[in-house]
Ligand binder design. Structure first.
Ligand code: NAD
Ligand code: DAU
Length: 343
């Protein structure tokens, strides 16, 4: 099966390309990626010269380029997105353009080319804050609270509309917070690891008691491959590990593993509109496709820390590479707005 992967040079996308090409079934991959600041071909060095892998640099909003690159593919797995909540708060327009219009362009191309399967990789953030004692299943109302989650909910609705209106073979997955190798160090876990390794302050938003359900990226990729192979068309599948824990506990865990002092933790102003808690009910994918998470959280964090420790050159490259100017603009804004809070 020839799979058109969008955003395959990003964090989850690159892990997925490795996972798919490592399976016994005969898959080939066309990786279509614009290489924004978050996309990096260093992530794919181990498959770059394989015959069953090719790379096309392109924007998902460019309909002609998408159609040309998708020609001859059997399935689409769609990761490409602006994925960072804080950036979406800072500048919403590019997020809507890529995540909403880009998804529409892909759906239209896939429909025109009679693609037999379209897996849309979405997020638990579309359900918004989940009160304590509850977990969101696939029928939970969509209540997105940031421009990013609103854009993902909108793209989910576009997929749903194509399924209903055109009989399109779309499937939506909604995963919780991923962690693991190749994650850009703007996200919580890699940022905390990178700063702690450099003995820099670790910025904790607000009271640090917000909860996220941490899913190892390999567990997520395994779930996505099962959905690609056997998921039911028109369905939504939640993918969560059941590892819901407050941010403060996660930072303490990282500091403990690294042997660094808790004095590195620094309270900063909270993210506007910050969701307090995500918790997913994922029994549907277990029941229907036999998926369950395999990675223990402590073991996964240790493995991730080791990866960042051993890949200092990668970390330096993504922070100081071609997108330095863009990166600096965002962090200058962030430093201005996220003042240290004294308790
Ligand atoms: P990422 O930011 O690491 O990677 C995004 C990739 O998309 C990059 O390679 C980037 O170059 C590419 N891209 C961005 N805009 C593009 C465009 N206009 N055209 C073509 N390529 C473009 O993101 P990630 O964390 O790997 O997330 C991948 C997907 O999974 C996203 O759709 C995200 O919403 C979803 N998701 C992420 C998480 C998480 O915890 N990271 C959890 C659930 C769902
Ligand atoms: O839940 C899935 C989502 O997880 C994905 O859809 C998004 O693409 C992904 O970015 C992630 O969103 P979050 O906003 O939950 O992740 P982030 O890593 O930005 O933040 C995790 C938590 O840590 C959140 O409560 C905010 C907090 N945080 C984050 C940063 C970057 C801090 O306290 N300090 C920080 O510096």
């Amino acid at each position: 099966m020839k799979v058109f992967v969008t955003g395959g040079a990003g964090f989850i996308g690159s892990n997925f390309v490795y996972h798919l090409l490592g399976l016994p079934a005969a898959y080939s991959v066309v990786n279509y990626d614009a290489l924004t600041y978050a996309g990096n071909l260093l992530n794919l060095e181990r498959v770059a010269s394989q015959q069953n892998y090719s790379f096309v640099r392109g924007n998902i909003c460019d309909a002609a380029a998408v159609c040309a690159a998708m020609q001859g593919c059997d399935a689409v797995v769609h990761f490409a997105a602006e994925s960072h909540v804080d950036r979406s708060i800072y500048e919403p327009a590019p997020i809507i353009e890529t995540n909403v219009r880009g998804t529409l362009v892909l759906l239209q191309a896939a429909r025109e080319l009679k693609i037999s399967r379209f897996v849309h990789v979405s997020t638990d953030e579309v359900y918004g804050d989940i009160p304590h004692g509850l977990a969101s299943d696939e029928n939970y109302p969509l209540q997105p609270n940031s421009p990013y989650s609103a854009s993902k909910a909108a793209s989910d609705m576009l997929v749903r509309s194509f399924v209903r209106t055109y009989g399109f073979p779309g499937i939506i997955t909604r995963a919780s917070n991923n962690y693991g190798p190749y994650q850009f160090p703007e996200k919580f876990i890699p940022l905390m690891i990178a700063n702690a390794l450099d003995n820099k302050p670790l910025p904790i938003y607000g009271d640090g008691l917000q909860e996220r359900d941490w899913l190892h990226v390999e567990d997520h990729c395994r779930a996505l491959a099962l959905v690609l192979e056997r998921g039911r068309e028109g369905e939504v599948y939640n993918v969560g590990a059941g590892n819901t824990e407050p941010n403060l506990s996660m930072v303490r865990r990282i500091l403990r593993v690294l042997g660094k002092p808790e004095s590195l933790m620094t309270r900063v102003a909270d993210r506007p509109g910050h969701d307090r808690r995500y918790a997913l009910e994922s029994s549907k994918i277990t029941r229907e496709l036999g998926w369950s998470p395999g990675m223990d959280l402590e073991q996964g964090i240790r493995q991730t820390i080791n990866w960042y420790r051993s890949n200092g050159a990668w970390l330096q490259h993504v922070r100081e590479g071609d997108y330095r100017e863009y990166y600096d603009k965002y962090y200058t804004h962030r430093d201005k707005t996220m003042k240290t809070v004294t308790a």
